[in-house]
Ligand binder design. Structure first.
Ligand code: UFG
Length: 332
């Protein structure tokens, strides 16, 4: 008999591809469903050659395509869902909320209903620190008030509520993993962070340091933080991947987990990231100082003690220097 497979939506993306690698390295069977829009491709563009690890298969398609999901579940004995696919740009979500509610809520709900009808009970969902909005205190525990300040955060929180309601009504077991700042890359350098357009600090800093982009703009130096720049909790993407695997195992053993923060509990300012990158690259990072970016809270740092306790999880590669070294290697 074929072993049951994990259906992984968005498995070609940054966090998704690291999860697929970690899962297949452990011998798990994975079916990736991805529309490749994260690579900047439209539906009718040809499918490029992609390196998919042994043990995984890529199906190009839409998460809202019920007939496709149904046939994948049947064909591959899908037993669990890891749902990464979604729209992730805060600024875009403010301009086009309809896109965010359509992808992150409507289509995600169709996906959830379809897999549930096919007997899937275990779901791990990519959520975000954006559900907290501008937190009153840091580090932020899961019990902090959720008050998203943009449609992206609202759409992710809405889907968390759907999962919670389905857990009560239908016995669904789930983990909504609230990522803080995902960064880094697999240490072998073969997977990397590529968003189109790239807006994230770590890849921008590395590319600016290598002269491949214009100087970085530091968004605001007048925040109420020790050096005036925003503080974030950078978590290595491989540590995120391992948390998803541990969550799947817990769900399979019968416990639903609810929302869990994934971060390190330690925050670094934009200036500290620039300094660490300068040490790693051995060259100053060209940068200028600009004004604040809309919607940036001064500090976001996770209290991840619940994830550590409930998953038996510890970040292993999230020390800032290691994370930047791994990111730099992957962008060589
Ligand atoms: N930053 C700059 N210059 C840049 C890019 C970023 O100064 O060119 C700063 C930002 O202002 C922020 C920090 O670097 O203070 C990190 O910015 P990122 O864009 O890398 O990440 P965010 O903290 O904005 O975003 C993360 C997640 C989102 C999530 C958000 C919650 O990537 O998915 O946290 O606020 F929604």
């Amino acid at each position: 008999m074929k072993t049951a497979a994990i259906l992984v939506t968005g498995g070609v993306g940054f966090v998704g591809s690291h999860f697929v690698r970690a899962a297949t390295d452990e011998g798990r069977r994975v079916i990736i469903l991805d529309d490749l829009s994260g690579m900047g491709l439209a539906t009718n563009d040809a499918t490029p050659q992609l390196a998919i690890p042994d043990g995984a298969a890529l199906v190009r398609g839409d998460i809202g395509d019920e007939a496709l999901i149904e046939s994948l579940c049947r064909q591959h004995s899908v037993s669990s869902l890891v749902h990464f696919a979604g729209k992730i740009q805060v600024g875009e979500s403010v301009r086009k909320p309809e896109l965010y509610f359509d992808h992150n809520v409507n289509r995600s709900l169709r996906l959830l209903d379809t897999v549930r009808e096919m007997g899937v009970r275990d779901v791990v969902f990519s959520s975000t620190a954006a559900v907290y909005g501008e937190p009153k205190t840091v580090p932020i525990p899961e019990t902090a008030q959720t008050a998203p300040v943009n449609p992206y955060g609202c759409s992710k929180l809405a889907f968390e509520w759907i999962l919670q309601s389905y857990a009560v009504a239908h016995g669904l077991r789930y983990a909504a993993l609230r990522y803080f700042n995902a960064a880094g890359a697999h240490p072998d350098g073969t997977l990397s962070e590529r968003h189109d357009p790239e807006t994230h600090l770590v890849p921008l800093v590395i590319d600016a340091g290598r002269g491949r982009r214009p100087p970085l703009t530091v968004f605001g130096t007048d925040y109420p933080t020790p050096d005036g720049t925003c503080v974030r909790d950078y978590i290595h993407v491989c540590d995120l991947a391992s948390a998803h695997l541990l969550a799947l195992d817990q769900l399979a053993q019968g416990s639903s987990l609810g929302a869990l923060n994934l971060g390190t509990g330690r925050g670094y300012s934009v200036r500290q990231v620039l300094e660490a990158a300068q040490d790693v690259l051995g060259a100053p990072i060209p940068h200028t100082v600009g004004s604040r970016r809309d919607g940036d809270p001064p500090a976001l740092v996770a209290d991840s003690s619940a994830a550590q306790r409930r998953l038996g999880w510890q970040p292993k590669r999230s020390e800032l220097k290691t994370l930047i070294e791994d990111a730099a290697r992957s962008r060589a």
